[in-house]
Design a protein around this ligand. Sequence first.
Ligand code: AMP
Length: 418
Amino acid sequence: MAEPLRHPPGTFDVLPGESAAWEDLLALFARVAAAAGYGLVITPTFEDIRVFQRIGESTDVVRKEMYDFVDKGGRHIALRPEVTASVARAFIEHRPPLPWKAWYAGSNFRFERPQAGRFREFHQVGVEAFGSADPDLDVEVVTVGWDFFRALGVTALEVQVNSLGDAKCRPAYRELLLAYLRDRRDELCVDHRARLEENPLRVLDCKKPECRAVTAGAPRQADHLCDECGAHFERVLGGLRQAGVVHQLQPFLVRGLDYYTRTAFEYAGLALGSAQDALGGGGRYDGLVAAMGGPDTPAVGLALGVERALLALEAEGASAKDRRRLDAFVVDLTGGEAARDLSTSLRREGFRVDRAFDSRSAKAQFKAADRSGARLALVVGPDETEAGTVGVKDLTAGGEQVSVPRSGLAAHLRAVLG
Ligand code: AMP
């Protein structure tokens, strides 16, 4: 016997019912993003691999985790490991007028070791804003994510924020950090001992206890900002305070990808364990568009993990409500035509209606109606057909079946369902 077919490691299925929470989450993000003037952008899930190589040659995401292949046309393709680079590519390709504010939702692919909250195909929602270096735009972006999480029901939430400086002040800080780390190279984890020179900032991001112990006393970028970056950061922090966004300075927050300048931030879900508490993050990436061959364009954005957001909700004990409840279930005792025609016309009038198939017995149809979770059963038997009526029975509150003329059914349902 062949092995049964199963989903690949690191992926999952979301079935109807469970997916209600996903639908709600996506609709909510769309609403919060639109309220701040962001429009939906849709880009391909795969791109020329160079689109992603530009975002961080020294990062694990690009070095080790990309799903890439040569397609039948001989093109070197990668499934996207994140969306920002694709949106930046689209921006450069289409040159929309500035400021350009876009939101997205979709899957990303990373060849990681699957574990709780870490998948090989995972989903993100996010926003990107191109064309302004104004720190108030950083505040807007952080606040969009904050307001989204709060509206979703995640309450144990904190934003960690840092400034990474810019091309003017980061090189000097990098040297300072490198000198500090070189003196302690032997105490670092094996990986970072080898890769220290390539990108010392990465060490700050390392979760291994050896590296943590070393970096605890390391110089901090926030103490070595140039005047412009310092003023920018002050304005961001003031704006977050003003917006009521609970935040904390995290001096060693560097983010996974190479392209960030100035503001970097992450949302921490305080109800989750440290391996999965990163609910999302983002930052300013003023250098990315130019690095990808476009015009010099400042930009800032965020990406939130959908699976992580749902895990955070679960950890806080907030069960997602299933709002996709059926209004009515048609029970047809005349052979099926009434069920077919009544369900079609009621659906067209805006009701959520289901029915049983295969000419089941009355008992089986009532059982199916109960199981469906529908609020009402609409019963059509020979008497109702004759009289032009429908029997309406409340399945949740109980009570007698009432007879309603077919012509007044929609109005009756609206009144009953509120
Ligand atoms: P990153 O681009 O790595 O900063 O990811 C942004 C957010 O996406 C993270 O904070 C997580 O919430 C989520 N995320 C990243 N990688 C994964 C993964 N492999 N599985 C599930 N969620 C992920």
